[in-house]
Design a protein around this ligand. Structure first.
Ligand SMILES: [Fe+2]
Ligand SMILES: [Fe+2]
Length: 470
């Protein structure tokens, strides 16, 4: 089978010899990276996976048993109807670019490489999790997320190969050379160098970190560089499943936690072998505060440039806004001054990272309300909450100051005194890791998490999602 046949695509790969050659050279390196840094073990097992095989919204994916190394990582651009324009920024109204404009080459490459780097990074972060999956359903979902992050890497590498010549090919190699958490050649963004070695963190990652990805992809899907807009648009269709894993994963742990709290004579879920709600809260504090860093500085000339040049829009730029130049407007922001917070008026274009972060925070708040509903229904009095976006920051205008969970400035000493109450301690981590015993029998599930409401693709929870050698 030729490469153009083995890669499902709608970019007419078979007739673009130059692109085909570039991808043929890159593919074996991708495969070696996958075998070295992808899921540890399970590479020869049949897994019930979804593969993107077309862009038809009614039936874009097929489900079948696949061994991960045989997964067909495809290249898809969401089709456009008619002519498209650059829709925002200084050049709003001009024709959208089908090639990279010379003067934007540098920043566009940086945007694509930064997005691309997160895809293999997350696979590397999660490579040990298969060994401790709470059920075959969850094991399969982990691998689904992993292979799709691999496809997202393909999507970005396709853009680098097709539109950035030799620079693009070098960047594509670099994406397979950096390693999450490596001291010498780390992944570009810090959050993607942190370990995700237990499942509470996996669900927090797919809830909070992948959700940053959703908002970045959505902003890029507005881009005046049409191939980027179309590639990211299609990535969002897969991404929604990753977010589903995170949101419902936490919900299922919360539900089980509430049940065990109720069962225990002292109301302590840990005594019943579960994760107690205060521990879940600490994980939320940690992962949320790490994920909000990914939106970039609160006051940012880069964000202003990306918007002005028509490369990166706001969330749902076309659907939500009337004025796509965003020139005269401003944004009220709490800014640290002499150890206090003061309100400052920032030109809107410089505050666009914060505008995107607002969308993200509101979305996370929606999920927390859902989780709290589950706790309430179980008859337990406890409420989860997101920390303030100022809490525990190491980048942006709030870095260097300490804030409590509500976002009020406190001393560094006061923060340290509360650290073990607010963030996961070494003991917490050891405890959560101690719960991570694999459950590989179809229909069974670990004690610390509730089963899902439904299975995958109409299959029941008891379905054999991963065929393990027995
Ligand atoms: Fe992704
Ligand atoms: Fe994802």
């Amino acid at each position: 089978m030729s490469l153009s046949d083995s890669i499902p695509n709608n970019v007419d790969l078979g007739s673009d010899r130059k692109l085909l050659r570039a991808l043929e050279k890159w593919q074996p390196n991708f495969r070696s990276w996958w075998m070295e840094m992808g899921p540890d073990g399970f590479q020869q097992n049949d897994i019930y996976l979804r593969t993107a095989t077309s862009v038809d919204p009614k039936g874009w994916a097929t489900y079948d048993y696949v061994k991960m190394p045989d997964y067909r990582w495809g290249i898809f651009l969401t089709p456009r109807e008619g002519e498209r324009s650059v829709n925002f920024g200084d050049v709003a109204g001009s024709k959208a670019w089908e090639e990279v404009p010379g003067e934007l080459r540098g920043i566009l490459r940086r945007i694509i490489v930064t997005q691309a780097d997160t895809e293999p990074a997350s696979v590397e972060q999660q490579r040990q999790l298969g060994k401790t999956a709470p059920s075959l359903y969850d094991l399969r979902n982990l691998f689904q997320v992993n292979v799709e992050e691999g496809r997202h890497l393909w999507a970005m590498v396709h853009l680098l190969h097709q539109y950035f010549g030799r620079d693009g090919r070098e960047e594509a190699e670099g994406l397979l050379e950096r390693r999450s958490g490596d001291a010498d050649k780390p992944r570009i963004l810090q959050t993607f160098n942190e370990t995700t070695d237990e499942w509470l963190s996996f669900f927090c990652f797919t809830m909070f970190t992948d959700r940053d990805g959703k908002y970045q992809l959505a902003a890029l899907s507005e881009s005046g560089f049409d191939p980027l807009a179309r590639a990211t648009q299609f990535m969002l269709t897969e991404e929604s499943f990753h977010l589903f894993c995170g949101e419902t994963g936490i919900e299922r742990i919360v539900q089980r936690s509430a049940e065990l709290t109720k069962q225990d004579p002292n109301g302590d879920a840990r005594d019943q072998g579960g994760v107690d709600l205060p521990t879940i809260q600490r994980w939320i504090n940690y992962w949320f505060s790490s994920a909000v860093e990914l939106f970039g500085g609160e006051i940012s000339s880069n964000a202003a440039d990306y918007f002005a040049t028509g490369l990166k829009g706001r969330y749902r730029e076309m659907a939500k806004y009337e004025d796509h130049r965003a020139l005269g407007d401003s944004y009220e922001m709490s800014v640290p001054k002499d150890g206090k917070l003061v309100s400052e008026t920032i030109p809107l274009r410089n505050a666009l990272n914060e505008v995107l972060r607002d969308e993200y925070v509101a979305d996370c708040e929606r999920a927390v309300r859902k989780w709290n509903h589950v706790i309430k229904k179980a008859g337990v009095s406890f409420e989860l909450a997101l920390p303030s976006r100022r809490f525990n920051r190491s980048m942006g205008i709030y870095a260097g100051m300490s804030f409590d969970l509500a976002g009020s400035p406190i001393t560094k000493e006061a923060f340290e005194a509360k650290r073990a109450e607010w963030l996961p301690s070494a003991e917490d981590r050891a405890y959560v890791r101690s719960l991570m015993q694999p459950v590989y029998e179809p229909g069974k599930i670990a004690n610390w998490i509730a089963p899902p409401k439904t299975g995958v693709n109409g299959q029941p929870f008891e379905f054999e999602y991963v065929k393990l050698a027995r």
